[in-house]
Design a protein around this ligand. Sequence first.
Ligand SMILES: C[S@@+](CC[C@H](N)C(=O)[O-])C[C@H]1O[C@@H](n2cnc3c(N)ncnc32)[C@H](O)[C@@H]1O
Ligand SMILES: Nc1nc2[nH]cc(C(=O)O)c2c(=O)[nH]1
Ligand code: SF4
Ligand SMILES: [Mg+2]
Length: 193
Amino acid sequence: MEQFYTIQGEGYNTGRAAYFIRLGGCDVGCVWCDVKESWPLDAHPRHALTDLVMAVTAHPGRNVVVTGGEPLMHELGPLTAALQQAGCQTWIETSGAYPLSGNWNWICVSPKKFKAPLPAVLAAAHELKIVVFNKSDFAWAEEHAAQVGPECRLYLQPEWSKADRMTPLIVEYVKANPRWQVSLQTHKYLDIP
Ligand SMILES: C[S@@+](CC[C@H](N)C(=O)[O-])C[C@H]1O[C@@H](n2cnc3c(N)ncnc32)[C@H](O)[C@@H]1O
Ligand SMILES: Nc1nc2[nH]cc(C(=O)O)c2c(=O)[nH]1
Ligand code: SF4
Ligand SMILES: [Mg+2]
């Protein structure tokens, strides 16, 4: 759907330069999704793998975030193979609602109430990133933390339109439950893509 070179704004890799590949198509239906224009599966141009890799390697960074839409609606083996062959680190942002494909150096799973994550994707996560939309989401976050591996990093991220109200609750929750960390959408504060 779009591609851009920016700074990873969220989660464990916050602050690192990364090339973003945003794939079209998502049927999860989050009411607060901040990229609803990504939802149609066939409304976006298709690009040859070699062109994508050339676009990535035209920039000095070698971290690539594959996001969407829901990127796991696509078979991602060929894309990650081509990126890794070109010396890139492959990172994914996924809801976990579809089976994992591709080879990943970093897997961020952000589960959604609207379409449950698959247990196998949660088990493979390096990072669990829960969007907090209301205060019942803390208990929901713990249910998912029980399904990831022992090394998985745990993040609570305020839903953007409710950040004023949710961020103070997240701060108090993390102080009381220090296995969790705060994740902010720092690119929105920086006003960059
Ligand atoms: C747009 S989604 C695309 C990847 C995948 N579909 C997913 O949801 O993980 C990228 C990240 O943005 C988060 N996100 C989307 N809308 C948000 C919002 N309004 N506030 C905070 N985070 C949001 C998602 O939870 C996810 O971690
Ligand atoms: N800067 C920046 N960081 C991000 N991290 C995850 C994003 C996403 O939409 O997947 C995102 C995004 O859209 N921009
Ligand atoms: S799963 Fe991701 S892309 Fe799909 S609606 Fe939810 S936040 Fe948006
Ligand atoms: Mg985003």
